[in-house]
Design a protein around this ligand. Structure first.
Ligand code: FMN
Length: 362
């Protein structure tokens, strides 16, 4: 089960960066959901590299539905979605096969799989596997439409440049128009400069993505071991390069007083709500009906052109490496659709477990 996640809405990831394909199998998707290749393609296109900051790997990323959808509707059978890899260049990876690239999984995978792992382009550890997450996320988002739940994600920080706080309406309106997927246009310009500077120096930068889920029902989450926070965090940590996940006030809560951090309750339009949302929409591992707000820290791209120390794992000697090839100086914008996808997939799983989404849609 190491390549699967979820209990009722289960996704299984397969494929490698430089293998034949990248794909996903969804099990447990209710029958009767209208889904087309175009619906899924629309989401996958959001993760395409955006010049001038991104990789020059020019994948067509054409989505194919292999099973589980007939006549435009899910059938209740496993849904298999696939993208063929077309633009593969593994030359560089042959040269550095025994030299683990710092920041990558080359060393840990070499030890764990005895050198049999597909090392080309990072194999199973490549960011490319998130294409499968995004395909499954597209189906999950369509399911969430049934219960009026919306998931949004946007870039809030890159290379230390922070975006101003924006409301969901502004995020929705701007995020897809901007190469950095940042709703603060002024900050986005600064972020771009920081990325270009790092790139010119053969280096890279990281950043933070904020994910928001709106209109989530009260009561999703299964304490104590399947809390909504726990499962969302697990799903988000499955995105390569994610090194931190915090909900609501997150780590800053540690420095606050209870009187600042507690979210007071009030009745608004006949509904119980909180006047602030430091909890990020989750109390006791259960959704409280406020927006779920999660921030995801993405590390700087590991593949950098500057010379770094490494070892030759076969000859067991110290050496250096300069990673050539096609890499993003900042992967944050490309990880934004993956954050949306993993949130949607997890919320779908919980909504199905709670019986809020029926098993047959009519
Ligand atoms: C969409 C996406 C694209 C990525 N592209 C690259 C890349 O071009 N170069 C790189 O060094 N890392 C890239 N990564 C991150 C690496 O796959 C990841 O850092 C590496 O496999 C080690 O895993 P870890 O950072 O989770 O420990 C990407 C990640 C994502 C989500």
């Amino acid at each position: 089960m190491e390549n699967s996640i979820g209990k009722k809405f289960t996704i299984t990831s397969f494929g490698e960066s430089h293998g034949r394909c990248i794909g996903v199998v969804i099990d447990g998707c209710p029958a009767g959901l209208p889904v087309s290749e175009t619906d899924i393609q629309k989401e996958v296109d959001k993760r395409k590299p955006t010049s001038p900051i991104a990789t020059t790997r020019a994948e067509a990323e054409k989505v194919e539905i292999l099973s589980g959808i007939a006549g435009g509707y899910t059938t209740g059978a496993p849904v298999c979605l696939l993208i063929w890899n077309t633009d593969i260049d593994s030359t560089e990876y042959e040269r550095i096969r025994s030299l683990p690239r710092p920041g990558h999984a080359d060393y840990t995978a070499f030890i764990k799989y005895g050198g049999f792992n597909d090392y080309r382009g990072g194999g199973r550890f490549s960011g490319r596997i998130t294409a499968g997450f995004v395909m499954a996320g597209a189906v999950a988002r369509k399911l969430l439409e049934y219960i009026n739940v919306e998931v949004l994600a946007h870039t809030v920080e890159i290379g230390g440049v922070k975006a101003a706080k924006k409301e969901p309406d502004e995020i929705r309106a701007v995020v897809e128009k901007n190469a950095l997927k940042c709703a603060d246009a002024k900050a986005a310009e600064e972020m771009l400069k920081v990325i270009e500077q790092a790139k010119a120096e053969g280096d890279s930068v990281g950043g933070i993505i904020e994910g928001i889920a709106l209109n989530v029902h009260v009561g999703l989450g299964e304490p104590v071991f399947d809390t909504l926070e726990g499962d969302l965090a697990k799903a988000l940590f499955d995105i390569p390069a994610v090194k931190g996940v915090e909900f609501g006030s997150g780590f800053s809560a540690a420095g606050k007083r209870g009187s600042e951090n507690n979210d007071p309750f009030t009745i608004r339009d006949g509904k119980i709500v909180t006047t602030t949302n430091n909890a990020g929409g989750i109390l006791g591992g259960i959704s409280n009906g406020m927006p779920i707000v999660v921030r995801v820290a993405v590390k700087p791209t590991s593949s950098i052109a500057v010379r770094q120390e490494t070892v030759d794992m076969v000859e067991m000697k110290n050496t250096t490496i300069e990673v050539k090839g096609r890499h993003d100086a900042c992967i944050v914008p490309r990880a934004v659709p993956a954050v949306e996808a993993m949130m949607a997939i997890t919320l779908c799983d919980f909504a199905l477990r709670a019986g809020i989404i029926p098993e047959v849609l009519k």
